[in-house]
Design a protein around this ligand. Structure first.
Ligand code: ADP
Ligand code: MG
Length: 578
């Protein structure tokens, strides 16, 4: 086929695809622009996972009407004045790619006003082209609205998860910026409901309380290891006492110079610092910022800047690990009223002196009452949501024990037994909570004899067994009559199932001591597909589908991992493709 150069709008779509993968990428770019603009308030609103609407409103410096068109040009940026600036990036943005990329992906409307100007400006774009331009009335700052994201890219739409999962991703982005910039008041509204609100007090601990709730904030320990000299990395933030832990690494939030990064090595440094303090398979909660000189970090290695290259990664690793370890072994929890941790309150750009006009009326949002902040703050997003899985496609089975799957974020090796265990466990818990359990009556009541330890366990957990669908009656001495069991074990040798289940309960140690959890976990383990069992493609697909729907798909009920995830980047790195 003849070679031809892509038309600018075609090239723009391709480049846009790298920056804008999903609604959360749009939100990330817009928040970064608002922060670069010096905003002290950022309100994010999404509908239908961001596909129907994304709106980010800030009170930052605004854009000159005369520069509006330029802002949507590729490689148009106000943040890099010369080539040298590129090697010491101090702003979150610098490539001038976000606005044209977003405009190529959805319908955009931008309303902006500089504090000194009497009137604002407005543009509307469709398919990357300006279709309307003029004056607009608005408060100082910038409001960016995106509608019909990927509306003209059905292929991209297909790869997105359900709106609920996209909302979760957006929430994760907002949450991470809210913790990096506690001096900025963040709000997130999802389908009309306010789901996050930070105070903008400038104290990290307040942001952590808004995000994770008061229990986590009360267990937070301050980390403050300032650089001893100019070239040494500094570390600051909070780590949470090891008595609180999670099954996923999503609660280790890392920043380099306040840029949220995903970095396996630094994550590992934090986990190393908790060595021996957490149960197996459990992960800590931490929010940590590493400060390095701007010329020692290359943020230009990844389209969305989520990965950075550190010039002295080993040193940063060691410094981070030691700082966390020291805080854990010596630190005290952060008192609720500790002075400014991590950044002082910002002077809003739009309100910076000399203000050319009276400030727009902006009453401070009422701070939620202390009890609310410390208890189950309604603002705290439902935390386990962050752990949900993307859509996976089975590739095959290895050693009749592991299912290999592919997802948008790389490759997954899934332990079929652990995964099925997780699925059954959650199903049993739902059944246990339901008013009427799913009980399958036996055609004929079954009599069985139990050993003393089995009898003790059954007696101790009688209510839990009943709630899970067992109807078992003590008949005298060691004898019991079984009239109904959960459908999952109704087939086959029911007496043997029950005996084995009780034996397993005796061996299992479930950290969560609640009786119905314990029974459900043992029942799940008993009922789950075994390692060594061949599974057809349809069965593999079914297992993945069930796992995707699970609340905490990444661990089995005993806290062991259900999967090993190799990200596309990690694979590329192994092959030295990057
Ligand atoms: P970059 O952030 O890499 O400079 P963008 O495409 O994200 O590129 O934005 C282009 C330019 O538009 C920015 O450099 C900035 O001057 C301006 N801009 C974008 N968003 C805002 C905002 N919320 N407030 C003020 N200026 C903005
Ligand atoms: Mg930008």
């Amino acid at each position: 086929m003849a070679i031809r150069i892509l038309a600018p709008h075609e090239a723009a779509k391709i480049a846009a695809g790298e920056v804008i993968e999903r609604p959360a990428s749009v939100v990330k770019e817009l928040i970064e622009n608002s922060l670069d603009a010096g905003a002290t308030r950022i309100a994010v609103e999404i509908r239908e996972g961001g596909l129907a609407l994304i709106r980010v409103a800030d009170n930052g410096c605004g854009i000159e009407p005369g520069e509006l068109r330029l802002a949507f040009e590729r490689h148009a940026t106000s943040k890099v004045a010369s080539e040298e600036d590129l090697w010491r990036i101090a702003t979150l943005g610098f490539r001038g790619e976000a606005l044209p990329s977003i405009a190529a992906a959805g319908d955009v409307e931008l309303l902006t006003r500089i504090a000194g100007n009497d009137i604002g400006a407005r543009v509307r774009l469709r398919d990357g082209e300006i279709v309307e331009e003029g004056a607009g009335a608005t408060a100082p700052g910038t409001t960016f609205t995106v509608r019909r994201l990927f509306g003209s890219q059905p292929a991209r739409l297909k790869f997105l998860r359900a709106p609920g999962a996209e909302s979760t991703q957006v929430s994760s982005v907002v949450v991470h910026y809210a913790m990096a910039y506690p001096e900025v008041r963040f709000e997130l509204t999802t389908d009309g409901r306010m789901t996050l609100q930070t105070t903008g007090s400038g104290r990290l601990i307040d942001a952590v309380a808004a995000v994770y709730g008061g229990d986590v904030a009360a267990a937070a320990i301050e980390v403050d290891a300032p650089p001893a000299n100019e070239s040494e990395p500094g570390v600051r933030g909070v780590v949470v006492e090891p008595r609180l832990h999670r099954s996923s690494r999503n609660y280790i939030s890392l920043y380099v110079n306040r840029r949220w990064v995903k970095n396996r090595s630094l994550t590992f440094a934090v986990e190393e610092a908790y060595q021996g303090m957490l149960p197996v398979g459990r992960r800590p909660i931490a929010v940590l910022d590493v400060q390095v000189p701007a010329d020692e970090v290359d943020v230009n290695v990844h389209p969305t800047k989520a990965e950075v290259r550190l010039r002295r990664e080993r040193e940063v690793f060691g410094r981070l690990q030691r700082a966390v370890r020291r805080a854990l072994t010596q630190g005290a929890t952060v008192p609720a009223a500790s002075p400014g941790l991590w950044g002082a309150p910002r002077t809003p750009a739009a309100e910076a002196p000399p203000a050319a006009e009276p400030q727009r009326p902006q009453p401070p949002l009422p701070r939620p009452p202390l009890a609310q902040r410390l208890g189950t703050a309604p603002a705290a997003p439902s935390v386990p949501m962050l752990e949900r899985l993307p859509m996976l496609r089975p590739v095959g089975q290895v050693a009749n024990t592991y299912v290999v799957a592919e997802g948008p974020e790389g490759m997954y090796l899934i332990d079929q037994h652990a995964a099925h265990e997780r699925v059954l466990y959650e199903r049993f818990l739902v059944a246990a909570r339901a008013a009427s359990p799913d009980a399958q009556p036996l055609l004929e009541p079954l009599t069985l004899e139990l050993a003393a330890p089995q009898r003790a366990l059954l007696g101790e957990h009688a209510a839990a067994f009943a709630r899970l669908g067992f109807e078992i009656e003590h008949f005298g001495d060691a004898a019991y009559v079984v009239r109904a069991v959960p459908p999952e074990i109704a087939g086959g040798d029911v007496a043997r199932h029950i005996g084995e289940l009780l034996d397993r309960m005796g061996r299992d140690d479930i950290a969560d001591g609640e009786p119905s959890h314990r029974v459900a976990a043992s029942l799940a383990c008993h009922g789950a597909v075994r390692a060594g069992m061949a599974m057809g493609e349809a069965e593999q697909r079914e297992l993945l589908r069930l796992l995707e729907a699970a609340e905490s798909p990444r661990t089995c009920p005993h806290g062991r991992p259900t999967m090993v995830h190799l990200t596309a980047d990690a694979i590329a790195r192994e092959f030295r493709r990057t």
